[in-house]
Design a binder for this molecule. Structure first.
Ligand code: PGA
Length: 251
């Protein structure tokens, strides 16, 4: 059986290297737990060195995005070469917070291509702003998936992972996250879109993760029987104890 996947998205936190180190020391103490999963940590770039040294052997380094250009000299852009040399294995693409700052589906699709060419696994985030009873969010998700994955060929899709992150559930508490029933429905719906795009055999193998207020208290119910392969965790990934408890619930 494939390992469950756990990704810690640190966003632009913590505020100091000292704090970053203390999270890493805490994680290291529980490395045996994280080793049972495919664990990734996506820190701010300034902490890459510390993180890559300290998570060796139990987690991989991930980036929170990718440059929009493959090669060349650009001010203010971190290059693919640097990312690869630090050992970045996966890139979070199309996160709603980046989309809110202007990243379009077309740009996400372009970055997916850049990731595929450079051997960095793309984790494509999708998610509606509002969940309504008329089902408008379903049409939104369908469009967002199709445009964000535009140009991805059948033989490439096995490299991709999807993170379903409803925007309304991000950065809240467990009680505001999606329900297990709601998540199960969405995972079925996303797989149906992937089946339309790539055929059933391929669609079944694509990992779908959930993100949005995953905490120790809801991790188990959101994992069990909902069809997700794991979680993309924001605020709780900055607390090593909580992050470890979330990891335990995936084992
Ligand atoms: P959250 O963030 O866990 O703080 O809701 C998830 C994310 O934005 O990836």
């Amino acid at each position: 059986m494939k390992k469950p996947i756990l990704i810690g998205n640190w966003k632009n936190k913590p505020g100091s290297l000292g704090e970053a180190r203390s999270i890493l020391i805490g994680l290291r103490k529980k490395s045996a737990v994280f080793k049972k999963l495919d664990t990734y940590i996506a820190p701010p770039e300034v902490y890459y060195e510390s993180v890559s040294e300290r998570v060796k052997g139990f987690a991989h380094l991930a980036s929170q995005g990718l440059p929009r250009v493959e090669k060349g000299t650009y001010t203010g852009v971190i290059s693919l070469e640097v990312l690869r040399n630090f050992g970045v294995r996966l890139a979070i693409l199309g996160h709603s917070e980046e989309r809110a700052l202007g990243e379009t589906d077309a740009l996400v699709a372009k970055k997916v291509q850049i990731a595929l060419k450079s051997g960095i696994k793309p984790l494509v985030c999708i998610g509606e702003r509002e969940h309504d009873t008329d089902g408008n969010h379903l049409e939104f998700i369908r469009r967002q998936m199709k445009t964000s994955l535009e140009g991805v060929k059948k033989k490439e899709i096995a490299e991709i992972m999807i993170a379903y992150e409803p925007v309304w559930a991000i950065g809240k508490r467990a009680k505001d996250a999606i329900t297990p029933e709601g998540l199960t429905e969405m995972v079925i719906f996303i797989r149906r879109i992937l089946t339309d795009m790539y055929g059933r055999d391929i669609a079944e193998k694509i990992p779908i993760l959930y993100g949005g207020s995953v905490e120790p208290r809801n991790a188990e119910i959101l994992y069990k029987d909902t069809g997700v392969r794991g979680f993309l965790v924001g605020h709780e990934s900055l607390n090593h104890k909580e992050f470890e408890q979330i990891a335990e619930s995936l084992i």
